[in-house]
Ligand binder design. Structure first.
Ligand code: PLP
Length: 482
């Protein structure tokens, strides 16, 4: 019989996921399917009658798994990892299980209150100044991505600047955003969405040069533009480089630009005292973001944003609606009367998941010490890999390593052949199914990125990766013309 709905949780097949993890190394890390493979395997109309969970899971095995690139494989070294954990799973399951929509405080008080508490916990582990914490004068919010944090802070900066300029949106085409050519393209996309011009390409040695930023700002002011926003990165995507926050902060403050720090990847490492110096100068910034779903054991998706002046975000993003009026049944007080946060006014969407649960479970399960251990063990595996590469004269490390990303390449006989040679090496590695790595162009040089940090990766996987690289390199070099 067709039933309206069912919540038979005992049918949930957690063992299916457990088996997936048990066997994860048996899958080729990079999916081998061709585009469009799925339409040949699935019907082209929705089923008319209900189907059993067993039938659905059989199709997950037969049709879905082959199309996965296995991000949780210990042999995944591409992009920046998205590391999952048992505690992250628990938090994510609780979030799905409760399935509340915490757009304002009343819609689920604990969703708001846990988020504020966890954002302060995170901020304190990072030794952020109290100006970014609720216990000080600022505050934090969980977004789904860095891109969202960039759009929201850009909108806040834009509206503040336009108000100061007067004349409404007429001045919007004058606004300029500054970043290095190594800044993640999330910044370009976000600037496009809020309609500001972006100036890039000021990097030297892959980090943003304060002198060139200052010169660009001066030029723009002379030509009637309005410098709006400067994005500095701690741990760039291509090279893992760090922009000089303190010097950039002074420039931003002098010219009254909003300074945002994008620490999406490497921010997590800054909980360790030995990496915290990369955030020196953060007190000069207006906002800072990082993604716990990259390197903080928190399952997708989870992005932290802290702002010094929550009011600017709220001024820009708040909406008034009778339906969402925040009236507490107990006290009959409204948002205006009680100092509660309505996180819908700190983000793009109105609806929101109870993401704080998973960050809370992760922090509690591992503790500050366990989280530092997690970062340090990934860095130590990266050092191990780097040392093996450096010892082999056929290879070179292209960028000094700061975190757990190693950028290297096979030295070409002729420089003009460097990109092709290394592209072939990446293709051979990924085609083997035994590892997955990605590449970047750094200053016109094609480099192979080895990002170490999936939760299951151990020394033996790093050693196997290096053996595989050597094996594929031997073959490629033997085919090269003398
Ligand atoms: N910033 C940096 C430095 C990144 O490395 C990335 C992704 O790898 C992003 C931003 C984009 O993050 P998101 O996908 O969360 O928008």
């Amino acid at each position: 019989p067709i039933v309206k709905s069912s919540l038979a949780l005992n049918l949930l097949r957690i063992d299916f996921i457990a088996d997936y993890y048990k066997n994860i190394e048996k899958h080729p890390v990079q999916s081998k399917v061709e585009p469009g493979y799925l339409s040949a395997r699935l019907p082209n109309t929705a089923p008319h009658s209900p189907e059993s969970l067993d039938d659905i899971l059989k199709d997950v095995t037969d049709c879905i798994l082959p199309g996965l690139t296995h991000w949780q494989s210990p042999n995944f070294f591409g992009y920046f990892q998205a590391n999952a954990s048992t505690a992250g799973f628990l938090g994510e399951m609780l979030c799905s299980g409760f399935n509340v929509v915490g757009f304002n405080w009343l819609a689920s008080p604990v969703a708001t209150e846990l988020e504020s508490i966890v954002m302060d916990w995170m901020g304190k582990m990072l030794k952020l100044p109290s100006s970014f914490l609720f216990s000080g004068t600022g505050g934090g919010v969980l977004h789904g991505s860095t891109c969202e944090s960039l759009v929201c802070t850009l909108a806040a900066a834009r509206d503040k600047a336009l108000e100061k300029l007067g004349g409404g949106f007429d001045n919007i085409t004058k606004l300029v955003v500054y970043a290095s050519d190594q800044t993640h393209f999330a910044l370009q996309k976000s600037a496009k969405l809020i309609a500001a011009l972006t100036r890039t390409s000021f990097s030297t040695e892959f980090s943003l040069s304060p002198d060139t930023v200052r010169a660009a700002i001066e030029d723009d002011i002379k030509s009637g533009h309005v410098p709006l926003y400067l994005c500095a990165t701690v741990g760039t995507t291509g090279a893992g480089a760090v922009d000089p926050i303190e010097e950039l902060g002074k420039i931003a403050n002098e010219y009254k630009l909003w300074l945002h720090i994008d620490a999406a990847y490497a921010g997590s490492a800054c909980i360790c005292p030995e990496y915290r110096h990369y955030l020196n100068g953060v007190e000069l910034a207006d906002s800072i973001s990082l993604n716990p779903h990259k390197w903080f054991l928190t399952n997708m998706d989870c992005g932290c944003l802290w702002v010094k002046h929550p009011r600017f975000l709220v001024d820009s993003l708040s909406t008034k609606s009778d339906i969402m009026r925040n009236r507490s049944p107990a006290s009959n007080t409204s948002t205006n009367a009680a100092p509660v946060i309505d996180y819908k006014d700190w983000q793009i969407a109105l609806s929101r998941r109870f993401k704080a649960l998973k960050l809370w479970t992760v922090i509690r399960k591992h503790g500050y010490s366990g989280l530092m251990y997690h970062i340090r063990s990934d860095v130590s595996m990266a050092k191990r890999f780097e040392a093996m590469v450096a010892k082999d004269e056929r290879f070179e490390i292209v960028v000094p390593r700061k975190f757990a990303l190693v950028c290297f390449r096979l030295k070409p006989k002729r420089e003009s052949e460097g990109s092709e040679l290394n592209r072939k090496l990446v293709d051979a590695l990924n085609g083997s199914g035994r590892a997955f790595l990605t590449q970047a162009m750094l200053g016109g040089v094609y480099v192979i990125r080895c990002s170490i940090g999936t939760t299951l990766t151990q020394d033996r996987h790093v050693d196997d990766l290096w053996k595989l690289i050597q094996e594929k390199a031997d073959r490629l070099l033997s085919l090269q013309e003398p």
